[in-house]
Design a protein around this ligand. Structure first.
Ligand code: NAP
Length: 254
């Protein structure tokens, strides 16, 4: 029996990248995992197959985030699918991972890009939490995937960094709010991780080497580097940690 046996988790953006690794890690430890995705159904199916191969349990939930009514639509699908499996609507672990990046210095960011970055990276996690509060069991876990650009100045993507900064502030306030229910709320801030999100920044060996050199370990992070931290935060062993933004950048720019 895994440490998370009997728990139900929702991981947004779990078809690919960091979210996939998180979903696999939680399922490996025994959680039933809702693998949320949007456009890439093939990738989400692969995530479900990988979890099944590992002996875990998971199901897919498709919905678009960053649009009006997104939280209600996601929970409606989640609750229907859980009911089809004979389970109640309760959740133990919510991982707000789905996100979009977007380059732009202060003079270049359009109002449309600014709104999109905040809609997906900030507004959607906020309302997923608000709508999910009645589903989350006491003693549950909320884990927000932020970014190391909230610590390391990154003017090249200023609006993205600001959106993640707001997510950190939400994490802090929410931890205080939900403490009486023993729900912990933490953020994890990756540095460069090898996913589709930054594939264009690694097209030449020289560019990849430059990204690797940012870390004290001189390598680009793997999705599993982040997933292991998230799985720990989802476990009972992390019960005394709340309201924290945990730097998971492999010691970038120390
Ligand atoms: P990724 O490989 O680009 O995957 C993004 C995931 O989010 C996909 O599963 C995608 O679903 C989902 N998603 C994106 N926009 C969505 C929308 N509007 N509605 C619903 N789902 C949406 O990204 P990643 O690198 O794994 O990043 C995961 C998280 O880590 C993000 O919050 C990101 O900001 C953060 N992060 C990443 C890095 C990095 O270096 N990779 C560094 C710091 C922080 P579909 O594919 O199904 O459309």
């Amino acid at each position: 029996m895994g440490e998370l046996t009997g728990r139900t988790a929702l991981v947004t953006g779990a078809g690919r990248g960091i979210g996939r690794a998180v979903a696999r890690g939680l399922a490996r430890d025994g959680a039933l995992v809702a693998v949320h995705y949007h456009r890439n159904e093939t990738a989400a199916r692969e995530t479900l197959e990988l979890i099944a191969e590992d002996g875990g349990q998971a199901f897919g939930v498709r919905s678009e985030l960053g649009v009006p009514g997104d939280a209600e639509a996601l929970y409606a699908r989640l609750e229907d699918t859980l009911a089809d499996r004979g389970a109640g609507p309760d959740l133990d672990i919510l991982v707000n991972n789905a996100g979009v990046s977007g380059p732009g210095r202060v003079q270049d960011v359009t109002p449309e890009l600014f709104d999109r970055l905040f809609a997906v990276n900030t507004r959607s996690p906020f309302f997923l939490v608000q709508r999910g509060l009645k589903n989350l069991r006491d003693g549950g876990r909320i884990i927000n995937i932020s970014s190391a650009v909230t610590r390391i100045a990154y003017p090249e993507s200023v609006a993205y960094a600001m959106a993640k900064g707001a997510l950190n502030t939400f994490t802090l306030a929410l931890a205080k709010e939900l403490g009486p229910r023993r729900i912990t709320v933490n953020a994890v801030s990756p540095g460069f991780i090898e996913t589709d999100m930054n594939a264009r920044k690694r097209t030449t060996p020289e560019a990849a080497a430059q990204l690797a050199a940012l870390s004290a370990f001189n390598r680009i992070g793997h999705p599993a580097d982040i997933a292991d931290i998230v799985v720990f935060l989802a476990s009972d062993r992390s019960r005394w940690i709340t309201g924290q933004c945990i730097d998971a950048s492999g010691g970038s720019r120390l």
